[in-house]
Design a protein around this ligand. Sequence first.
Ligand code: ATP
Length: 235
Amino acid sequence: MIRIEQLHKKFGKNKVLKGVDLTISKKGVFAILGPNGSGKTTLIKALLGMVIPDSGSLSVGDISIKKDWKYRDQIDYLPQIANFPANLTVKELISMIKDLRNRPGEDKKLITVFKLEPFLTKKLSNLSGGTKQKVNLVLTLMFDSPIIILDEPTTGLDPIALIHLKKIIKEEKSKGKIILITSHIMSFVEEMADEIVFLLEGKVYFKGTIEALKTETKESNFEHAIANLLTHEDA
Ligand SMILES: Nc1ncnc2c1ncn2[C@@H]1O[C@H](COP(=O)(O)OP(=O)(O)OP(=O)(O)O)[C@@H](O)[C@H]1O
């Protein structure tokens, strides 16, 4: 259960979140969408305690974020840009993250799925972008937490890795988890998301299923339905 009420956040004069209300009470995949700079990452970071809101309340699993930081242990988070320590090997990084989280972590299956064995002893600075993203995914998905937050998970992935990622997301969903995803790849969103949360002008402009969005915008095509929301902004 995630509950966000009247969340406000500005950076200097830039008011990014202007009263976001969002409740997610059931399992499923929720796509946080919105144009560049609409505050998707800021919202996610607020949920993780990495951005301190100016006002509003956030709770995860009935625990208010302000009162107790232990809630973070329930969340597995994939950052949009992973800044890995350049001189560590993949193996060293995986073991460091396990130590930091003080949890065992099921990395072996993920390493096999993403074919990372040949890279385990390689330094992170020597990996390609897509391989780094696969490592990023292993670090996130190895801990079986009830909430998963993936910020642009498809970045740099080849088609085979993408198929595996989609399979993993579906498996995690079937375990009853809440999965939040941001992505600009509409085909990925359409295939994966149970609900869309569309941020615009600092608020949740639309929340509902893809079918509901299509009905509301009178568009049978998902990409056009999203574009329709944006056209309304310009109007
Ligand atoms: N630490 C920060 N300091 C100053 N401004 C920031 C900071 N973080 C984000 N912003 C600004 O807040 C706004 C929202 O950024 P955010 O990264 O949340 O958007 P986004 O919806 O995730 O965008 P994108 O789709 O491009 O990833 C942008 O104008 C950004 O420049």
